[in-house]
Design a protein around this ligand. Structure first.
Ligand SMILES: [Fe+2]
Length: 300
């Protein structure tokens, strides 16, 4: 999407707030992020599951990101990079598939899911980068962008096939970091979804998510600068908002889905100081949600 098309597309979505001169250009332009999840790349590039070749889907998604000039501020892959057990060859193939993003100078931010293996990922995935030392034993990172601060959490709990956990150390780290960075909107990202907490919020997902959902949910909703929680894991696409005004964004899988008509694809996001525009890019262009922009206006 070129800049002119984008500005005309988003014009109706911006609020008529008066901005100081000089701030308008930056605020209108925003920054472009490509949001992916659950690529499930196998050691055999031709492997298929649920009728889908995962590598072929990833190739199409990555080619589209580059073609659309998407994600020039960063590409986020929200876990389950590997197929089932996080084998070395899964990550070797994953590295090869995402290489066009690296060659086109996009920053790549990789998170871990329940089908990943932390050690194999670090050893075999050439694009994984150095392990973070922010929280011992976890790949946790903090990415300050112009419009918002990103907090990437590692919800992989070794030995668990499906569920995940943020863990006390990461929760303490996140609480301290949020206290220190109240100046900008915060977006928190982890692979697993929030599970129902005491039946209080209808927008939280089903079981198989974060074992410590209640603690994370309390932290996210109590800090007003946290505007959104992004997760994958369910292989579904959807956006909900809690009664506290926190957006919960369920990123689709680039690979297979568990139930139709859920889409496979990615999310083209543009980040502003006051919110984020998100657009599903389904691999099936006939999907009813494909190409439909939604604007998430941040809570005050
Ligand atoms: Fe997955």
């Amino acid at each position: 999407m070129n800049r002119r098309n984008f500005l005309s597309g988003v014009a109706g979505l911006l609020s008529p707030v008066a901005l100081p001169e000089g701030a308008v250009a930056t605020s209108l332009a925003g920054s472009s992020w490509a949001l992916l999840s659950d690529t499930h790349i196998a050691g055999d590039l031709g492997e298929r599951r649920h009728g889908v070749c995962m590598a072929a889907n990833a190739r199409k998604v990555i080619a589209e990101i580059v073609d659309r000039d998407g994600g020039d501020a960063g590409v986020i892959v929200n876990g389950d990079c590997a197929h089932l057990f996080g084998k070395g060859q899964d990550y070797a193939n994953f590295s090869e598939l995402v290489d066009p993003l690296i060659q086109s100078r996009r920053g790549l931010h990789l998170l871990l899911g329940n089908h990943d293996d932390r050690d194999a990922f670090s050893r075999a995935c050439g694009c994984a980068g150095a392990e973070s030392s922010l929280v011992p034993g976890k790949r946790t990172s903090f990415l300050p962008a112009e419009e918002a601060n990103w907090f990437f959490l590692d919800s992989l709990e070794t030995g668990r096939l499906v569920s995940g956990r943020i863990g006390e150390d990461q929760l303490i780290w996140l609480a301290a970091m949020l206290d220190r960075h109240k100046d900008k909107p915060a977006i928190v990202v982890a692979h697993h979804h929030l599970q129902p907490v005491g039946g209080k919020s209808a927008s939280l997902g089903p079981g198989g998510g974060l074992k410590d959902s209640a603690a994370l949910f309390k932290l996210l909703t109590s800090q007003r600068q946290v505007k959104a929680y992004l997760h994958g894991h369910t292989h579904r696409w959807g956006i909900s908002q809690t009664r506290e005004g926190l957006y919960v964004v369920n990123l689709p899988s680039t690979a297979y889905v568990f139930e139709r008509p859920q889409p496979s694809g990615w999310v083209d996001a543009r980040l502003y100081h006051h919110g984020m525009r998100v657009e599903l890019r389904s691999l099936d262009s006939q999907h009813p949600d494909h190409g439909v922009p939604q604007f998430l206006r941040w809570r005050k």
